[in-house]
Each structure stands twice: as C-alpha cells, then as structure tokens.
Design a protein around this ligand. Structure first.
Ligand SMILES: Nc1ncnc2c1ncn2[C@@H]1O[C@H](COP(=O)(O)OP(=O)(O)O)[C@@H](O)[C@H]1O
Ligand SMILES: [Mg+2]
Length: 415
C-alpha cells in the first residue's frame, strides 16, 4: 500500500497550496486595513474547481496566525457555509453560532465581560426568538443584536489565547447559493451599515462563489458588490503546476517507505494536460501516482492514469460534468459541434462559426445545438440570437483533451 497525497475531491492542504501570490497579498492588505479600523471586504470568484475553498482555508489560517504570512494576524475567523439558509435570519443565526463557538474555543469565557458571557450562554434562547415557526420573524432585530454583539466583542472581549484581538473575519464560501434564497446582497448591505453606525470597524467579510455571484449580489442590492474588492481566480501558471506535483511527492515520501520520483517529462505532461486548472492537476497527479508501479512516475503513467477506464478523465466527468458527460449514445454530430466550440473556451460562438469549423451540414448543426442546449450542456445567448457557449473554461479544456486524446505522448507535452 502506498499513500497517495493528491486530493482531487477536497480542499488542498496548506503544504501543497501553490500560487495565488497576488490574491494572498490583496487579502493580507484587506486584513491589515481592517485591523487598523478601515474595513476592507473581498470577494473571490471563479469556476468550480479553480481553488476558491482552498484559498479560503488558507486565508483562515493566515488570519488566525496558524500560518506565517507577511504580517501577524489575530482575527476571530468564522467560516460559514450558506447552502442551507432560507432567509436573512438564518444568515444571522449561522454567523452568531459560529461566533459563539469561537468565543468558547479561544477565550477564557468565565473571565470575559459579563454582557458577552450572558450572550454566549443565552444565544440558543435568543436563537429561538427569531425562529421561523413563530409569526413575524424579526430579521432586522436579529441583525441589530448581532451587530451589537460584534461591537461588544471587539471592544470588550480582551485577549484570546493568542493575545490582543485584531477583529472579526467572516468567511462565506459558496455565497452564490445564499443569494438565491436568503438575499445575501441585501443582508451584507444592511449589516455593514449597522456595524458602521456602531463604529464597529474591525469586521471583514470575505466571500467566495461562482462567477454568477457578483450579478446575484447586485440583484439583492444594487450597491452591494461595490463593498468588495473582486479577486478573480485564474488557472495556475506552468511553474506553479509543477510545484503542486513536487510538493505532493514530498508529502508522499515523508509517509511512504519507498521514495516515489517523477520524470521531468511527466511533470511537463501533467502541466500541459491540466492547463493550470487545480482540480485537473490534482486528478491527473492522483491517477498517475495510482498507475505507477515502479516508484518512478513517467509519461506512460500519466497517460494511463488519465485515459484508462475510471481514470482521471472519467473521474473529472463524474465529479464535475455529470449531466454533461457524453456516452456512446452521443452522436458524432454532437461531438463535432462541441469540439468546434472548445477553441473559444467559454466565449460566445456564432452558429455560422460552428458550421464552418465543424464541417457538418447546417441542419445537423442546428439539431445538435438544440439538443445540447436542452440538456444544459451549452448555453444560448439571450441577448443575441444564434450565439452559444460552453458553460465553463475547464469543461472546454476537458472536452478538448477528450476529443484530441493525444496520439503520442510527445505531442501532448508541447506547450
Ligand atoms: N492553490 C492550489 N494549489 C494546489 N492545489 C489546489 C489549489 N487550489 C485548489 N487546489 C485543488 O484543486 C481542487 C479544487 O479546489 P477547491 O478549493 O475545492 O475549488 P473550488 O472551491 O473553487 O471548487 C482540489 O482538489 C484542491 O485540492
Ligand atoms: Mg469550493
């Protein structure tokens, strides 16, 4: 048995976390401004699998001094997920519960200011007050209470186990999910206004979500996206991709009895195939590691791991493209139409362009486009008739690899 360090399905460990230098600097700036009384909120956006949750975890560690950054930070960091909230009272409740947990965890709660102690002990009771099954939920009242509490914690809670408090960081992952139901945009606008009225200026909000997050926040409240600095995650650079794999092997070699090595050419192949998408890097590396039998990962291992049955390509399809996954039942026309679209990644492509580059008849293209659209595999431009696009860049890359399956290892490794 051999420990496989690559984690295609979960958040990256801090030791294997690579790249994101510019984003980390921007977020450290946000924390520094907030710590000094000028709250600066940030928003991380990007496709699924680009590394949003991993960056959020990294930020959580930086903010709580569990990782050495450019600055020492001692924030109370609240990690919230809002995939199961129904309204803004649920958002208040989630933040409140997380704050309660953190206060108990990192403060000497018996020595804390009396008002805060009472609140921590009674929060469940207060939680009931806002409960949904009661008539007329007092959502604004709940917001006022939470803002009061935060102001009080920052002013009076004193020091925690790490020393003097810098402020409170609220990290909301998958924020796009909460916009549909709970109107996160409106909540953020109203809540940050309440904080500033109380001169409670050391609270920072960090959001992460799909590219649809910004327009959704706007729907909730026109000015709410303006509160945030927008950080748009892009694929990792070639040198960063290789570094992910190298660090993974360092982790593996620390645990396994026999050392695993990798050929430079295999590194290049993983880097090229992945096109920098972190979930692809993890998956191709995981599968190559699993395919290798002689403790030396070669190009053959990478290819084998990628294209064999249940290999990396199949796993990615299952995890990310379930409803888009194309089986034998798919016609050659669909495949050609999709392939013609991959060179435009997720940009709009006109029907005329598709007809031209797919080399198939207009009626066949029309039928294929209609079928692909109905199945949600491609999107149609509502603003401009006759334009279509693939939903994400990573899916375009996956399709490209699938249909170009390199004939020889050498050709795939060309940058
Ligand atoms: N900076 C990074 N370095 C190395 N691997 C990463 C990095 N960011 C993400 N990953 C890996 O990519 C995959 C997707 O990451 P995740 O943070 O879950 O993305 P998202 O939240 O955007 O869907 C995971 O397998 C994770 O381990
Ligand atoms: Mg995520």
């Amino acid at each position: 048995m051999r420990f496989n360090p690559f984690r295609p399905g979960s958040i990256v460990s801090p030791g294997m976390f690579c790249g994101r230098g510019a984003e980390v600097i921007a977020i450290e700036q946000s924390l520094f401004q907030t710590k000094n009384g000028n709250p600066a909120h940030f928003l991380i956006e990007g496709e699924r699998g680009i590394g949003k949750s991993s960056l959020m975890l990294y930020v959580n560690l930086l903010a709580t001094n569990q990782l050495v950054g450019s600055e020492y930070f001692n924030f109370i960091s609240l990690q919230i997920e809002l995939n199961d909230v129904d309204d803004d009272t649920d958002i208040v409740r989630k933040i409140g519960m997380a704050l309660k947990r953190e206060l108990i965890r990192s403060f000497d709660i018996k020595a804390i200011a009396k008002g805060i102690y009472d609140w921590v002990i009674n929060w469940n009771v207060l939680g009931v007050e806002y409960k949904k099954d009661k008539d007329g939920i007092d959502s604004l009242g709940a917001m006022e209470d939470l803002a009061d509490l935060m102001a009080r914690v920052i002013k009076d809670a004193g020091s925690n186990t790490l020393g003097a408090l810098d402020g409170i960081l609220v990290l909301i992952d998958e924020a796009d999910a909460a916009c549909d139901t709970a109107n996160l945009g409106r909540f953020l606008k109203l809540f940050t206004e309440r904080l500033s009225k109380r001169e409670c200026d050391r609270v920072c909000f960090g959001l992460a979500g799909l590219p649809s997050l910004v327009p959704k926040l706007k729907d909730g409240h026109e000015s709410s996206p303006r509160i945030f600095q927008d950080l748009n995650l892009q694929p990792l650079r070639p040198e960063e991709r290789r570094e992910v794999v190298r660090r993974g092997l360092v982790e593996a070699n620390a645990k396994n009895e026999t050392e695993t090595k990798i050929d430079e050419s295999a590194l290049t192949l993983i880097s090229a195939l992945s096109e920098g998408y972190p979930h692809f890097i993890q998956q191709f590396s995981h599968s190559a590691f699993a395919s290798d039998e002689d403790y030396n990962i070669t190009e053959e291992d990478v290819m084998d791991g990628a294209f064999s049955e249940n290999g990396a390509m199949d796993q990615l399809a299952k995890r990310y493209y379930n409803k888009m996954y194309f089986e034998q039942i798919w016609s050659e026309d669909y495949r050609r139409v999709l392939h013609a679209m991959t060179e435009y990644l997720d940009q709009w492509v006109s029907r005329a362009q598709i007809i031209k580059s797919s080399g198939i008849k207009e009626t066949q293209v029309n039928n294929a486009l209609a079928a692909l659209k109905t199945r949600g595999i491609i999107l149609a431009n509502e603003q401009k008739k006759g334009e279509y696009r693939l939903p994400t860049k990573a899916f375009a890359v996956w399709l490209k690899i699938k249909s170009d399956k390199p004939m020889s290892v050498k050709s795939a490794a060309q940058p």
